[in-house]
Design a protein around this ligand. Structure first.
Ligand SMILES: [Zn+2]
Length: 461
């Protein structure tokens, strides 16, 4: 699609996304699917359940079980087969009562042929987002102009093989670009999770944040210092506690409860790491436990208990991790704990320092990681409204890619077109994201050949 045509297609997409849309006879009783929900030339839709039966689509894919991706998917679904990972299949059958006859879980990491699509194959790649989430890598011919868009592909019926990588929601890592299904291949379209496609979104790699939380919890529970050895100026629990006229040493003998907030599915990795570091069990209510049991995670299942008092870690809704709500929660277990530590994992909590470049060059973005200070337990600070009995922490834990990671990902693959799938509602936001995509393209051209951006570890840049 030419850039003029693409602009027109986005305009068409904006019209169909209209909030005031009401189904009636005149509009066919359904919302029209925007072009980026249906793969070009293939009878395949991704995360497009809100549009009902899309013309000529024979395979409906779901990247993961977050509500904004499965909108309208319910027990009455009958528009066609749904393909997803085993974890996502369990979740949509359990949470949404989708009739299992429509749900087709596919294996991870190996290519499977998708029935009734003219020979398109798909490989599922772990997305590093929530449990069950995956990227879809499609390979095959263009056989049909499916969907509602008026823009038609001229390659339909040609013998060329097209490759599309749909990222759903993901946290980009070197593992994605090194995956044998993708590595070294030219990808025609990448559908990108552009949640944080803006240089102001910087946050540390997930594995570092997870181990920082686990280490911090261990130190607090065992009464060790939570300041770094260099005695940094960071405001820590110890300094905080002395301000409050209590010493953390004194608290050592009391029972401390760690409470982690989550919404929907996701962030289980922090909970697991903390429970393992403290050598304790995890408690959550029965509804949440049933959802956790849908996930293929035996390690997590083994940690779960139905007895809140025997668990050193509780998993609660995110809204509980505020000083007043957490106090109410703790009152339920009066006398059992002397203190609560609340972890509130949220996405982006960092703001770029004032005066930082809002339009850095690609090479300067790529060289940033090396200059970042390490992220450790000492980087985590209690929030201002913490008290001796309730200490709260905001955790910069994101299950979406940072701007830096998106740039590393885009520079490590060879692609024809990058299509934004998040924050596409306004022309201004699309314009801003489009300029970054153009910058990536220009830098790739300048470099001539595509090389995987140097990484610190296999699971983060
Ligand atoms: Zn998601």
């Amino acid at each position: 699609m030419s850039s003029h045509k693409e602009n027109e297609a986005w305009k068409e997409a904006a019209v169909v996304e209209d909030r005031n849309f009401r189904p009636n006879k005149g509009n066919g009783g359904r919302r029209k699917a925007p072009f980026y929900k249906v793969l070009q030339g293939m009878p395949i839709a991704v995360d497009a359940f809100r549009y009902g039966s899309i013309p000529d689509v024979t395979a409906y894919f779901l990247t993961h079980a977050h509500s904004d991706h499965y909108t309208n998917l319910a027990s009455n679904w009958k528009s066609g087969p749904i393909y997803c990972s085993q974890g996502t299949a369990n979740l949509i059958i359990h949470m949404l009562s989708v009739d299992p006859k429509w749900v087709h879980p596919l294996p991870m990491d190996i290519s499977s042929e998708i029935p009734n699509t003219g020979g398109v194959r798909v490989t599922l790649i772990e997305a590093n987002h929530c449990p069950g989430s995956c990227l879809f890598f499609f390979e095959g011919p263009q056989t049909v102009n499916a969907g509602d868009s008026v823009f038609k592909s001229s390659y339909v019926g040609s013998t060329r093989t097209f490759r599309y990588l749909h990222c759903g929601d993901f946290r980009a890592s070197p593992k994605h670009v090194l995956h044998p299904a993708v590595k070294g291949k030219r990808i025609d379209h990448i559908y990108l999770d552009t949640t944080y496609l803006d240089p102001k979104y910087t946050f540390p790699p997930q594995p570092l944040v997870i181990s920082a939380c686990a280490e911090l919890a261990k130190r607090i529970v065992s009464g060790q210092s939570t300041t770094d050895d260099a005695g940094g100026k960071t405001r820590t629990v110890d300094s905080f506690m002395s301000v409050q006229g209590r010493s953390s040493e004194k608290k050592k003998d009391g029972k401390i409860l760690v409470v982690v907030g989550t919404y929907s599915i996701g962030k289980e990795r922090i909970v697991k790491a903390i429970a393992q570091a403290l050598n304790t069990r995890v408690y959550c209510d029965a509804r949440k436990a049933a959802i956790l049991r849908c996930q293929s995670d035996p390690e997590l299942h083994a940690l779960l208990t139905t007895d809140p008092i025997s668990a050193g870690v509780h998993l609660v809704p995110l809204s509980v991790i505020t000083s007043d709500k957490l106090k109410t929660y703790m009152d339920r277990f009066q006398g059992n704990y002397t203190r609560a530590i609340g972890f509130r994992p949220t996405g982006w909590t960092y703001t770029s320092p004032a005066g930082s470049d809002s339009s850095p060059s690609i090479p300067s973005i790529l060289s940033r990681a090396a200059s970042r200070p390490p992220f450790t337990y000492a980087s985590l600070r209690p929030t201002r409204n913490s008290t001796g009995a309730l200490t709260l922490y905001g955790i910069p834990y994101s299950e979406h890619s940072s701007f830096f990671e998106l740039t590393c990902f885009a520079m490590s693959l060879e692609w024809g077109k990058m299509i934004a799938t998040v924050n596409v509602g306004s022309a201004i936001s699309r314009g801003k994201m489009g300029r970054w995509i153009e910058k990536w393209e220009a830098e790739r051209k300048k470099r001539g050949k595509t090389e995987v951006v140097k990484y610190r570890e296999l699971d983060y840049w």
